[in-house]
Every structure is written in structure tokens, then in C-alpha cells.
Write a protein that binds this ligand. Structure first.
Ligand code: GUN
Ligand code: ZN
Length: 453
């Protein structure tokens, strides 16, 4: 058994805008026990006698924060290289930057190389699970899942579905999309730690027939996720109104197609109305809140208070490459800015919930990850409160936990990620100054019995 000593933070449920402390696990000098099977045994206070227990490997992360790994609810791995490439809003960006970048994934070798680089980057940023988009090319999904399996990561991913309003190299018939998706579901869904997501890009690139295919695909196996985009920019909403004149709203296009349910996760939703929010809440679907992307593309500001009042589940996401960074800490910073501009507040406890368990819930993997509960898979991030001289000043003694978390959320990024664990094994360790970092694949190496990590 392995015992990680440090400050423990976890959530059992949404703590809410005025945080309900009963939803939060916070143990200043804590010990997280992890079994040889990579699962959490217990989260409790550190006991001095732990030092003398035989068969126990103690890893000393004192004065650091140990919490469930970040869960990025919505991210495009093929857009890694075009993150934050400039354009005049969403539709121009798709045409000018995104579609050309995705066309390159016809080459399986390229897909493989980018998938590996992307997953290593996630580990460096402390993200252990994500709702990931591939491209329309089936080989892009194979490449991603192969690389995720090599790192033993719990990942949800799917092939993009598009049959109109996109370049020829990315377009396919609804029939072909269905056959290719069925084969991928068969090959990957439920294999190891991998799950499949049916992934119609958005209404403008979908014929009604393709949306029907997506709905049918959702019925072929238990536990499939449906991911798409909705109401991200005003131009897009106007376009959808032209393409689907019979629908009451953009969201209604998806509801009529039978795409909305508890396993549906919709990115953005900035231009939904009150009826849409109520429908989503009633159907148990989730929104992926992508503030960094929304700011870069100038898409708008999510009204999180309205979503919360409607009882709608929301999870945080980077939306790379609309978003510029894979850092969920930077996404938290941007979430705060988006809300502050609307006179709303992001309480840091709720923020760290949105960045972890909320994503796991939205992706339907919260029984396995996103909590510090016994039996959960030990996918964890270890965060340094301060790595720069300024942060050391800002995190000076005397601040309470809320203030420290707020400072971390507003100033932190990948430099604050000291280590990342997957199934109890350390898969990333930030290098000491002057030494290269380590990213580990394959079976976990067993460390010494007791050590500084
Ligand atoms: N809407 C349709 N496709 C995309 C995409 O790739 N990124 C974002 N941000 N919005 C989209
Ligand atoms: Zn997206």
C-alpha cells in the first residue's frame, strides 16, 4: 500500500455557489491510502504511527494540495497545434484554422504523433480524464485510444460526424458515418478505461439524417456519451435558425432528434434561453463551460447563475484549440473573469468542483474518478501552492483555505502541477530546476519504500 501525505481536497457533490462545507473533504495534514490495485483505500488525517507501519510506502507531499486529477469536460486533441490561432469569431476560425488542421488527420502517423503529445501535455497539466474530440477520420480515434491505453488513462473520445457545410476531405455520408462509428464503438467502448462518445460536431454540419444516425448510435451500447456544441456564437445561432426553420431554438434541433439525455454533454450554451435551460435540466444533460475559448473567440459570457438556478449541471473545460491552454487552472481564472463581468462570483471551492467531479459526472465516469472516496481509481494531481516568488508572497502564512484556493485559481497554471498520478502510479513529475521532467508510459515503476517523491 502507498500513503500520500499532504493537504487533501475532494468533493462528494456540487458544493453550490454558497459552498456547502458538507460536500467538501478538506484535510490539512492528510493521508491518502492507495492499494496495490491503484484504487483509493481511504482519505484521512495523517497519523504519526504511519511512519512505523511495515509494508507502507510513504510519499511526502506535505504543504502541497492533493486532489482528484482535473477532468477537462470538452477538448479537441487535433487542435493542439492551432490553439489560440487568430480569426474573426467562431465560424471564420473553423474555416480558416480548424478544418485545415483537422484535414491533416487523414494521415494516421500524424494522428498518432499528436495524440501522444496531447496526452503527455494533459498529464503535465494535471488532467487525468477528458471528453475528447478526434476528427472525422476513424484512424484518429484509433490513434487516440491506443495512446490513452498506453498511458492507462480513463478517457472518453469519439469520431466527429459531419455531412454538410465543411470541406470535402472532412465530409462523409450519414451512412458511412454510421458504419464507421459502429466499428469504433465495437472496438473501443468499455475496453480498459476507455469510453466512446457519439460526436456530431454541431447542427450546421449535420443534416437531419445525420442527427438521426447519432440518436441511433446512442442506443447500441450502454454508457455511451453524446458530445456536441450548442449556441456558442450569435452568427452560429442565426445560421441554425435558417437551416432548421421549424425548430423553436438551436437546442430544440437536438431535442427533436432525440439527442438529449443524462449522458449528453453540450459545449458552450452561451445563447440559450430560459426554456432551453429548463429543458436541459429536466433531461439531465450537462453543459461544458469553456470560458477561455469564449474569451478568445469573443463568443460571449456564460450565465452560470442562471444555469445553476435552473438546476442545470455544468462542468469546466478548456476547449483547446478554441481555448489557448490545456491548464484547468487557467480555465478557472477565465471562468472567474467571465462571471465577474456579469456581476457574478466564482467561489473557489465551487471552482475546483467544476474542474474535477463535475466533469466526471458529465462524462458518466464519476463512480470511477473525480472523488477521493474508497474504491475510486487513484487519478490525482499534486499542486504546489506557490512556485514563483510572487505566488510565495501571495500565499504567505495566515491566509485561510478559501483565500489560498482563490489565489491558486487566479494565478496558477501548469507550473503549479508538481505531479500527476494515474491509477496510483506517478505518471508526471515536474522537473527540479535544471533537470528534464519525466513522463512515464507502460507499467508503473515501483518506488523505494519511503521517499521524497
Ligand atoms: N463548433 C463547431 N466545431 C467547433 C470547434 O471545433 N470548436 C469550437 N469552439 N466550436 C465549434
Ligand atoms: Zn469544442
Amino acid at each position: 500500500m502507498r500513503l500520500l501525505r499532504g493537504t487533501l481536497l475532494g468533493f462528494e457533490r456540487d458544493p453550490g455557489a454558497e459552498p456547502d462545507r458538507g460536500a467538501i473533504t478538506w484535510i490539512e495534514d492528510g493521508a491518502l491510502a492507495i492499494g496495490d490495485d491503484g484504487r483509493i483505500v481511504e482519505a484521512r488525517a495523517w497519523r504519526n504511527e504511519d511512519r512505523h507501519r511495515s509494508g507502507l510506502e510513504i510519499v511526502d507531499w506535505r504543504d502541497r494540495l492533493i486532489m482528484p486529477g482535473f477532468v477537462d469536460a470538452h477538448v479537441h486533441y487535433p487542435q493542439l497545434d492551432v490553439a489560440a490561432a487568430w480569426a474573426r469569431g467562431l465560424l471564420d476560425w473553423l474555416e480558416r484554422q480548424t478544418f485545415p488542421a483537422e484535414a491533416a488527420f487523414a494521415d494516421a502517423g500524424h494522428a498518432n504523433e499528436v495524440a501522444g503529445a496531447f496526452l503527455d501535455a494533459l498529464l503535465r497539466h494535471g488532467t487525468t480524464s477528458a471528453g475528447v474530440w478526434a476528427t472525422v477520420h476513424p484512424a484518429s480515434v484509433d490513434a487516440f485510444f491506443e495512446q490513452a491505453a498506453a498511458r492507462d488513462m480513463r478517457m472518453v473520445c469519439g469520431k466527429v460526424l459531419m455531412d454538410r457545410n465543411c470541406p470535402a476531405g472532412l465530409r462523409e455520408t450519414a451512412d458511412r458515418a454510421e458504419r464507421a462509428s459502429l466499428a469504433l464503438i465495437e472496438r473501443w467502448h468499455g475496453r480498459g478505461r476507455l469510453g466512446y462518445a457519439v460526436t456530431p460536431r454541431f447542427a450546421p454540419t449535420s443534416s437531419p439524417g445525420l442527427l438521426d444516425v447519432a440518436a441511433r448510435l446512442m442506443t447500441v451500447r450502454e454508457g455511451l456519451v453524446l458530445q456536441t456544441h450548442v449556441a456558442e456564437s450569435r452568427d452560429e445561432v442565426a445560421w441554425v435558425a435558417e437551416l432548421f426553420p421549424d425548430s423553436r431554438s438551436y437546442l430544440d434541433v437536438y431535442e427533436r432528434a432525440g439527442l438529449l439525455g443524462p449522458r449528453s454533454i453540450l459545449a458552450h450554451g452561451l445563447w440559450l434561453d430560459a426554456v432551453d435551460r429548463e429543458r436541459l435540466a429536466a433531461l439531465g444533460a450537462s453543459l461544458a463551460f469553456c470560458p477561455s475559448s469564449n474569451l478568445v473567440l469573443g463568443s460571449g459570457l456564460l450565465d452560470l447563475d442562471a444555469a445553476t438556478r435552473a438546476g442545470l449541471a455544468v462542468a469546466l473545460a478548456t476547449d483547446v484549440g478554441g481555448g489557448p491552454s490545456l491548464s484547468m487552472l487557467r480555465a478557472l481564472h477565465d471562468a472567474h473573469q467571465v462571471l465577474a463581468l456579469q456581476g457574478q462570483h466564482l467561489d473557489p471551492w465551487r471552482g475546483f468542483y467544476l474542474a474535477t467531479l463535475a466533469g466526471a459526472r458529465a462524462l458518466g465516469i464519476d463512480r470511477q474518478v473525480g472523488r477521493l472516496a474508497p474504491g475510486c481509481e487513484a487519478d490525482l494531481v499534486v499542486l504546489d501552492w506557490a512556485v514563483t516568488p510572487e505566488q510565495r508572497r501571495q500565499q504567505a502564512r495566515g491566509k485561510d483555505a478559501t483565500a489560498r484556493l482563490f489565489t491558486l485559481m487566479m494565478t496558477g497554471d501548469d507550473r503549479n502541477v508538481a505531479a500527476t498520478y494515474v491509477m496510483g502510479a506517478q505518471r508526471w513529475r515536474r522537473p527540479e530546476p535544471g533537470r528534464p521532467g519525466r513522463s512515464r508510459r507502460g507499467p508503473a515503476s515501483r518506488g523505494r519504500r519511503s521517499h521524497m517523491p
